[in-house]
Design a protein around this ligand. Structure first.
Ligand SMILES: Cc1cc2nc3c(=O)[nH]c(=O)nc-3n(C[C@H](O)[C@H](O)[C@H](O)COP(=O)(O)OP(=O)(O)OC[C@H]3O[C@@H](n4cnc5c(N)ncnc54)[C@H](O)[C@@H]3O)c2cc1C
Length: 418
């Protein structure tokens, strides 16, 4: 066996970058991929455009989990290095709103194509349609068992096989089982960046309505997280970037037996007092209008009957001059603090990322090496770190992939004497 052989389990975003980084350091690299091709998920990212990273200077704040660990990772391989890495592969980038970075071509396939070109140029071997089913480590040698019963041996392994989000892209949580069998701990994986399920009477009526606002995830009465942006009503719940960003904590709240809800402010631009003034002024102009007509021009028309009902204004066709101050206060309260009970989230098929994964306490952030087994490395979504929408999860995959690949190729980082 070549003493400098690195096996990469999973040919997704982090695995492909890890393979390139390891090969550039002189290692003989082999990628083992479960599906019949590599990078299937990359093609689906950013609605086919691949939101590959983000120039947000406070990037660390956009991840959940161990902040110190995340900062150390980005000190080793940051956004500028990533953009440079892809620039050298051939990706001209463009920056869109909120610092989101996309390939100039507008095609996620370009990102995958340039990675594959480099893999080919570096003579990296790829085994397809053959998932890793078992890994053994004896006397610092890994034996990697594949589904077809063949065995690959190596002195370094990079676990880059993702989490459980998107089983249609090859991710069923295999990496968690394989890593646990090697002695690692897994923080319970939950779907994140996913639609929420709500069983309220108004869901079907509001299907397709979008509002821009602020939202908080509440577990009983405690606020767990906050976000702002688009909130979209769906047939069975809530969607939109703002909702996706809050979704990671829904399951943990429900598992604790607590009531989970999203509290939406659809008028974040105005305070309660400002809305009071707006309402008073509108009332003085609107004496000829019904309650329903009174709200026309304030919110999406389809929201109006729902807002009236939630604010206990029973008659939508009654003249609005009969509205009491109590009813007005209730309407303003609904606008500012609309509490929508959440029953759960959609399944793994709909999730963009996994919250939970390999405990960061068991990984050295400088090398991405296991602190339990020398020669074992981790990259990407398999690790207990998840980002919000905006290119942060791919950036995590690129950074950790690069660090893991480079270090897996250095025998000294694998616990061997050189
Ligand atoms: C629809 C969608 C859109 C997204 N859009 C964006 C976006 O625009 N920006 C962003 O930052 N993030 C986005 N994400 C998230 C991002 O794609 C992932 O976080 C990222 O791809 C994770 O990289 P990874 O290498 O860890 O895992 P993956 O890219 O999931 O790759 C894991 C690979 O391992 C393989 N594998 C699994 N088990 C085995 C096994 N036993 N043996 C061998 N191979 C195995 C899988 O087949 C897969 O190819 C999106 C996700 C989805 C689902």
């Amino acid at each position: 066996m070549d003493a400098n052989r690195v096996v990469i389990v999973g040919g997704g975003a982090s695995g492909l970058v890890a393979a390139i980084a390891a090969a550039r350091k002189g290692a003989e690299v082999c990628i083992i991929e479960k599906l019949d091709r590599v990078g299937k998920k990359i093609l689906a990212t950013g609605n086919g455009r691949c939101n590959m990273t983000n120039f947000n200077e406070q990037i660390h704040d956009c991840y959940k989990s161990d902040q110190a660990f995340i900062r150390k990772v980005f000190r080793s391989f940051n956004v500028d290095q990533t953009v440079d890495f892809f620039d050298r592969l051939g990706i001209l980038h463009k920056v869109e709103s909120e610092g989101r970075v996309y390939p100039f071509s507008g095609q996620a396939s370009s990102v995958l194509d340039v990675l594959k070109m480099k893999i080919k140029e570096l003579n990296i071997e790829t085994i397809y349609t053959n998932p890793v089913v078992k890994i053994e480590n004896k006397a610092n040698i890994f034996r990697i068992y594949l589904k077809d019963k063949s065995v690959v041996a190596s002195e370094a392994v990079v676990m880059a096989c993702g989490g459980k989000a998107g089983p249609q892209f090859g991710c069923h949580g295999d990496g968690f089982i394989l890593s646990e069998s090697l002695g690692h701990s897994v923080i319970s994986p939950e779907p994140a960046l996913v639609q929420m399920i709500c069983n309220e009477w108004y869901n079907k009526r509001l299907k397709g309505v979008r509002v821009k606002g602020n939202a908080k995830l509440q577990c009983d009465e405690s606020v767990i997280s906050e976000s702002k942006g688009e909130i979209q009503f769906t047939e069975d719940g809530l969607s939109g970037i703002c909702i996706f960003d809050l979704s990671r904590d829904v399951h943990s709240c429900i598992k604790k037996g607590k009531k989970c809800s999203v509290v939406v402010d659809i008028f974040p631009e105005y305070t309660y007092d400002e809305l009071q003034l707006i309402f008073q002024k509108r009332l003085s102009y609107s004496t000829f209008k019904t309650n329903e007509e009174f709200l026309t021009g304030l919110v999406n028309k389809r929201l109006i009957p729902v807002i009236l009902k939630l604010s206990a204004v029973q008659k939508s066709d009654e003249n609005c001059s009969a509205l009491t101050s109590k009813q007005i206060n209730r309407m303003i309260h609904t606008f500012k603090e609309w509490k929508i009970p959440v029953a759960g989230t959609r399944s793994w098929e709909y999730a963009q990322v996994t919250a939970g994964g390999i405990d960061t306490k068991e990984i050295d952030p400088q090398t991405m090496g296991s602190i339990i087994i020398p020669g074992l490395f981790f990259a990407g979504e398999i690790i207990n770190v998840d980002g919000i929408c905006g290119g942060y999860n791919l950036q995590w995959a690129w950074s950790t992939g690069h660090i893991a690949g480079e270090n897996a190729a250095k025998p000294i980082c694998r616990g061997f004497k050189v």
